[in-house]
Ligand binder design. Sequence first.
Ligand code: IPE
Ligand code: IPE
Ligand code: MG
Length: 231
Amino acid sequence: MELVKIPAHVGIIMDGNGRWAEARGKKRSFGHREGSKMVDKIVTYAFKRGVRALTLYAFSSENWARPQEEVDALMDLLATYFKKFIKKVEKNNVKLVVVGGRDRLSDSLKKIIEDGERATKDNTEHILNIALNYGGRQEIVHAVNSLIKDGEEVTVDSISSRLYTAESGEPDLIIRTGGELRISNFLLYQSAYSELYFTDVLWPDFDEVELDKALESFSQRKRRFGKVTNA
Ligand code: IPE
Ligand code: IPE
Ligand code: MG
């Protein structure tokens, strides 16, 4: 399928793992495992389609309030994902950036993340932002505080430059799987003019065909950015 416009930066709220598992009589963590298998597929396919940067919402700052067993399972899956990612570094040109506060992460996870970021810091073709212990409000507060600390003026542009995803620019398209019609504290500042795409498909079922539907929908949007003419 030839599309007229491909979004340069896509954000994805990967929701619905728990319901996917519960519908099969399994534990929620089973859904997270199945969901994590989808991540590689979608990342590879999105980059192949010409998307430059992806931001995946993996764990929100509010998700700590889930049962400890589920939080532990998610942290284990993330560690496994990052380790696999580092192994493939030689073969791809993707820069890994983990966005969100590091304070609550275990020392071993922090170390894995640092290794992954260090190994990929000079990669130039794509950026993969993984939002982990991420909250959009917290990110804005962090950005403003860092400006104040450096004695810099707080402006719309200076805040943008201090956001965790600054290098990726603002997301052109934000996809949410799992049927909920909300943003849940994802990329609040950056999404001012993002196109939104909601689908009922649960994350473990969100495959290449579903991503194509989202890209197709984006391709037909008329973005105006407050003006009268379409971009
Ligand atoms: C999304 O799936 C993954 C995370 C929030 C970590 P959920 O776990 O929220 O799945 P549902 O929404 O309960 O189905
Ligand atoms: C958003 O999903 C967070 C991630 C996908 C990581 P949630 O399932 O946590 O969001 P709510 O609670 O339905 O708003
Ligand atoms: Mg959910």
